[in-house]
Design a protein around this ligand. Sequence first.
Ligand SMILES: O=C(O)CCC(=O)C(=O)O
Length: 337
Amino acid sequence: MKMEVERGVQANIGSLSHSNEQVEPEAAVRTCHNGTVSEIPTIDLNDPDQERLTGAIAEASQEWGIFQVINHGIPSELINKLQGVGREFFELPQEEKEAYARPRDAKDIEGYGTRLQKEAEEKKSWVDHIFHRIWPPASRNYRFWPKNPPSYREVNEEYANCMRGVVNKLFRCLSLGLGVEGHALKEAVGGDELEYMLKINYYPPCPRPDLAPGLVPHTDLSSITILVPNDVPGLLAFKGDRSIDVNYIPNALIVTIGDQIEILSNGKYKAVLHKATPHKEKTRISWPVFLDPPADMVVGPLPQLVNGKNPPKYEAKKYKDYVHFKLDELNKKWLLF
Ligand SMILES: O=C(O)CCC(=O)C(=O)O
């Protein structure tokens, strides 16, 4: 799996939102690596027409469960630094990375791990990863934050701070798109307690990608996931029985709807099934941030959305119980841990 992994604090991206690197939405449509044109929606998060923005996000979340956002306010220099320090960490000698290994019997998922050796349905997984929380500050356990390269911590803290504006905008639009108050969804996933769980996936070049799944098809456990990729293709999203390449748009963020938003919306928004594959010659790296409700938060369909004609389609559950149950099921199927 892939796990996957906050609240309505208005983003304070003041000094960082200096960048005036606006991207024209049409310029963001690229041909993807198999030669077809991606149909996954690209949304201009700086659209001054709030109704149009809300409509675009709601429609993409209903139809696709995945979309890319441009003009999101996170400076490209910061994204480049995030990528730089992450890559440097994974290129360290194995013993140095192992110093951050997830303890064997840990209940939490934080830490470094490798699946390069595990077998799943006769195929080898082909990905290394590290997980650690980056927001809120009280949730950070620096034991799992690489000390090398030395700027790793500062860059990741800055990225977390910058993400808050994007997160708040997305939750607000998603709420308004359901016809509920702008703060409803964010509050329902923990408000200021919402956790940002950063993961870095590192897929080394793989001579036989057909024999080595990077990440098997899954939906994320989280509410929303916000992902930065590098420029190596490999992420595929499913729509019905089609799988579609998620094309690379420099500096765009890939947003995926996770299980908790599907549940809260009583099925109106769709958690997207997706998978990732390694590349034959190049190293693929991705930086998803899973926006996770606190473990004890009970998540179920928003009461405003259910009534006699529209009964709840999902059982309300504590987030930790939901995670436990789903990981157990996935593990039986794919031998993930
Ligand atoms: O590497 C990617 O692009 C996808 C990552 C992902 O789905 C996950 O880590 O859950």
